[in-house]
Design a protein around this ligand. Structure first.
Ligand SMILES: Nc1ncnc2c1ncn2[C@@H]1O[C@H](COP(=O)(O)OP(=O)(O)OP(=O)(O)O)[C@@H](O)[C@H]1O
Ligand SMILES: O=P(O)(O)OC[C@H]1O[C@H](OP(=O)(O)OP(=O)(O)O)[C@H](O)[C@@H]1O
Ligand SMILES: O=C(O)c1cccnc1
Length: 469
């Protein structure tokens, strides 16, 4: 999987790094926060995904000989290139657990490293975490509405080039059951499955022979695509014949797949025809431009669909396309740092921090996370980040610290979890979130607050910067 070297970065990271190097600042320690500002899909939550890939890549990230030659041709200086030759990420990473539910404007992950190392990894970190978090969130929304139905990822062919690879992984974290993507299945140990294409049916002179040959070739998990010519007049009657022939051989047809037309109508009619032939065990799969809204609508119409195959809208994160996750400097050279912006929501939070999930006495999430300085063990009073008179006492609540050290001196500290473990964790964390945050229309807004000490630090820095201007 690891096709990345340290040039998987933006040029400005290297331009800045060369200046730090030449000015003797290369060992200056820095803290950067990773967070996003806007939830995708008008969702009330997001699912954090991509952490284990990031840690694995960082633990072996180097500049290759080829990279250094290229950078030389780009005009980088000899002594800086010599330094890059031995550069490895030796920093610390604090992170929320992969699969957890996460919310805008509060740190999900913090990097503490030399300014050069921290800067060079920014691009790959954002590339991996933004994309997977987007897709895991999309997948999770489909899982929420699909109930017990099986969700399969069919997206590799529609993905933005190599995005399909990580999209599959993220889909599983968000609650999908399997994929048609063979390489992702192999690399990430994901159940791989699939049906047949229209071309297979078209390549025969008649549909029945195509179905027969396929069923003989693949008696286990056989799924027949029934809409190439006419679903109810040809596809289903031929599938029934083949299913009966399979029964004669002691085999069972697993499912039929619908891929066009009114999926509710065709699923209901197909179910009736299969049941009338005593094939109630044959499942119905559906595909064709599905997303969480279509799946929800189909199930509200009581369409008897057992398996949903989802491609385009899953792997492209339609309609949002990207998560706006950012990486902002919070501390460097022994001082807290802030970025002030015209837009109040874009003002950053200084210092190394900790984030607490606020829970009631029964351990139930109340819909709030509070951000404090790293050394604060808990937060007494949470302030609205920007509205001065809004605050809430947290004295009687439980507080769960969310950021934990997952990488130290460039080494991964946690044992690798399987994707199914991460997915189960994600589903259990989502189940702790009250239902109001999970509805599709105008979900309740999760509260993010800051501690009194962090507020004072931030406001002091804003004042200081304003006085300088
Ligand atoms: N019963 C339904 N309720 C809600 N959405 C549906 C239903 N049936 C299909 N859809 C969705 O409607 C969209 C368009 O389906 P439509 O029937 O127009 O196209 P199509 O069948 O793919 O056309 P074609 O026959 O040319 O392939 C798809 O996203 C599909 O998943
Ligand atoms: O609609 P999506 O959510 O993107 O799901 C993937 C689509 O890819 C396949 O179609 P395609 O026409 O590429 O091949 P086929 O001949 O196998 O149907 C499949 O039949 C789905 O319709
Ligand atoms: O296995 C399938 O049915 C499949 C795989 C990829 C894309 N569409 C369908």
């Amino acid at each position: 999987m690891n096709q990345f070297t340290a040039t998987y970065t933006d040029q400005y990271q290297l331009s800045m790094a060369q200046v730090y190097f030449k000015n003797g600042q290369k060992d200056q320690q820095a803290v950067f926060d990773y967070y996003f500002r806007k939830l995708p899909f008008k969702s009330g939550y997001a699912i954090f995904s991509g952490l284990e890939d990031l840690l694995e890549i960082l633990s072996t990230l180097r500049f290759s000989e080829d990279d250094l030659q290229f950078l030389k041709e780009q005009g980088f200086e000899k002594d800086f290139l010599e330094y890059l030759k031995n550069l490895q990420f030796k920093g610390k990473i604090y992170s929320v657990k992969e699969g957890d539910i996460v919310f805008p404007t509060r740190p999900i992950l913090q990097v503490e490293a030399s300014i050069i190392e921290a800067q060079i990894i920014e691009t790959i970190l954002l590339n991996l975490l933004n994309f997977q978090t987007l897709i895991a969130t999309k997948a999770s929304r489909m899982r929420l509405v699909a109930g017990d139905a099986t969700l399969l990822d069919f997206g590799l062919r529609r993905a933005q080039a190599s995005g399909g690879y990580f999209a599959t992984r993220a889909a599983i974290i968000g609650g999908f059951n399997g994929t048609s993507n063979v390489v992702a299945g192999k690399d990430f140990d994901i159940p791989v499955s699939g049906t047949m294409a229209h071309s297979f049916v078209q390549s025969y002179d008649d549909e029945l022979t195509a179905f027969r040959d396929f069923a003989e070739g693949h008696p286990e998990n056989c799924v027949l695509l029934v809409d190439t010519y006419n679903t109810l007049k040809s596809g289903i009657p031929n599938a029934v014949k083949v299913a009966k022939e399979m029964e004669g051989r002691g085999q069972k047809l697993m499912a039929v797949r619908l891929d066009s037309g009114d999926l509710s109508y065709f699923a209901k009619e197909s179910r009736k025809m299969l049941d009338a032939a005593e094939l109630d065990y044959v499942k119905i799969a559906a595909s064709n431009q599905l997303d969480e809204h279509v799946i929800k609508s189909l199930l509200e119409q009581q369409a008897p669909i057992d398996i949903f195959g989802v491609g385009t809208n899953l792997v492209t994160g339609d309609p949002d396309g990207a998560l706006d996750g950012v990486y902002k400097l919070a501390f460097s050279a022994g001082k807290p740092r802030i970025k002030i912006s015209e837009s109040i929501i874009k003002i950053t939070l200084p210092h190394k921090k900790q984030v607490f999930r606020i829970k009631d006495e029964n351990g139930k999430c109340i819909g709030a996370d509070a951000i404090g300085l790293y050394h604060e063990n808990s937060i007494e009073e949470m302030h609205h980040p920007f509205e001065p008179y809004k605050s809430m006492s947290l004295k009687h609540y439980e507080q769960e610290a969310l950021l934990e050290l997952v990488m130290d001196e460039g080494k991964v500290l946690q044992k690798k979890r399987s994707l199914s473990e991460i997915s189960e964790y994600s589903i259990s964390r989502l189940s702790e979130l009250p239902i109001e945050y999970k509805r599709f229309n105008n979900p309740h807004i999760y509260k993010i607050g800051i501690s009194e000490t962090l507020k004072q630090e931030r406001d002091g820095l804003i004042k200081m910067q304003k006085n300088k201007i």
